[in-house]
Design a protein around this ligand. Structure first.
Ligand SMILES: *[C@@H]1O[C@H](CO)[C@@H](O)[C@H](O)[C@H]1NC(C)=O
Ligand SMILES: *[C@@H]1O[C@H](CO)[C@@H](O)[C@H](O)[C@H]1NC(C)=O
Ligand SMILES: *[C@@H]1O[C@H](CO)[C@@H](O)[C@H](O)[C@H]1NC(C)=O
Length: 296
């Protein structure tokens, strides 16, 4: 008896395995990668063209472990993305900070980037070693603001990197705490300052010395309102048609829909929303196959 039972069970296992492998592509939810290194990639961002929102097209580059945000002035390493607060923090390794002085490297964004993912209100640009003829000391004086009571002397005195400005002249060359718009509309040459640095979480830096400031740029993004919610709720991933840039709801490896995933993606939808459907599906197949085997 035992010997008689074995072969059908082996075949059953084989059939199940084959079925499982064939189901795999159907069960794969979307062609879009969901992370780069440790950084989660969700709507509106994406690594592949055709995923995410078309507005953020071609802005990212994922090397094996690191995510870069690309602007006309270079690739900036993304440190964090906070999808709840809708912020992203960047670090420019060639920017000067309290501990390292480097030739200035302007931060330039495209018009689209400035509109949909501009530097946040709490990102402050600090222009350093400005000439006394600089427009921000004259006509555009109003562009410089009080940054939580901090002064140029604090920077020139408290940072190894900036001490050199102080030493050469034995006086403090002017500096200016300003917003991204100043840097956006006037290049460093027009501003007539030799260096700059940028700091974020500026609202939390009252009484904190420049050695402990958070250097980098925080960007603040908005979500395009194009009906991605209904796609997500139907178990799909938001993407777009690469030719027309019209919204596409990516339902599975072989179906896209214009708004939401319907009938055809019931499997992926069920899997997304209810983890019990997969074992149920397998159980159903087992029962079905078992009955078929019985008939043979
Ligand atoms: C679905 O859309 C994505 C992104 O545009 C595309 O890469 C893929 O080929 C499309 N699949 C089908 C079956 O149309
Ligand atoms: C991605 O960014 C890295 C780092 O800046 C750069 O070396 C690489 O060329 C970029 N790749 C693409 C495809 O843009
Ligand atoms: C500071 O600015 C002056 C011109 O205003 C320039 O000659 C000098 O080289 C700058 N200092 C440094 C360290 O770059």
């Amino acid at each position: 008896m035992h010997l008689h039972l074995r072969p059908p069970f082996t075949i059953l296992k084989l059939v199940l395995l084959t079925l499982h492998l064939q189901l795999q592509p159907i069960l794969t939810l979307s062609p879009c990668k969901t992370s780069c290194g440790t950084i989660p990639i969700n709507y509106p961002f994406a690594l592949e063209d055709g995923c995410g929102s078309p507005q953020f097209r071609h802005m990212f580059n994922c090397t094996t472990t690191e995510l870069f945000f690309q602007t006309p002035s270079g690739s900036y390493k993304v440190q964090t993305i906070d999808y709840n607060k809708q912020t992203m923090t960047l670090y420019d390794p060639s920017m000067s900070t309290c501990s390292i002085l480097q030739p200035h490297h302007d931060f330039i964004m495209t018009d689209i980037q400035s509109a949909i993912i501009p530097p946040s209100q709490d990102t402050v640009f600090v222009l350093l070693n400005c000439s006394i003829d600089s427009p921000i000391l004259n006509h555009y004086k109003y562009l410089c603001f009080n940054f939580e009571g901090h002064t140029c002397d604090e920077l020139y005195g408290g940072c190894n990197a900036f001490r050199v400005f102080h030493l050469l002249t034995n006086s403090s060359p002017p500096c200016c705490f300003t917003s991204y718009n100043t840097v956006k509309f006037m290049s460093m040459n027009i501003l007539d300052c030799t260096h700059y640095t940028s700091v974020f979480n500026s609202d939390k830096l009252k009484g904190v010395g420049p050695l402990d400031w958070v250097y980098g740029i925080k960007l603040s993004f908005s979500l395009p309102d194009v009906g991605c919610e209904s796609c997500k709720q139907s178990g799909g991933t938001c993407g777009f048609d690469t030719d027309t840039e019209g919204l596409l709801c990516l339902c599975s490896s072989f179906t896209n829909s214009t708004r939401e995933c319907a009938g055809g993606s019931m499997i992926s939808e069920g899997l997304n929303n209810a983890p019990w459907t997969k074992p149920l599906l397998v159980l159903l197949l087992v029962v079905l196959l078992h009955n078929m085997m019985g008939l043979l």
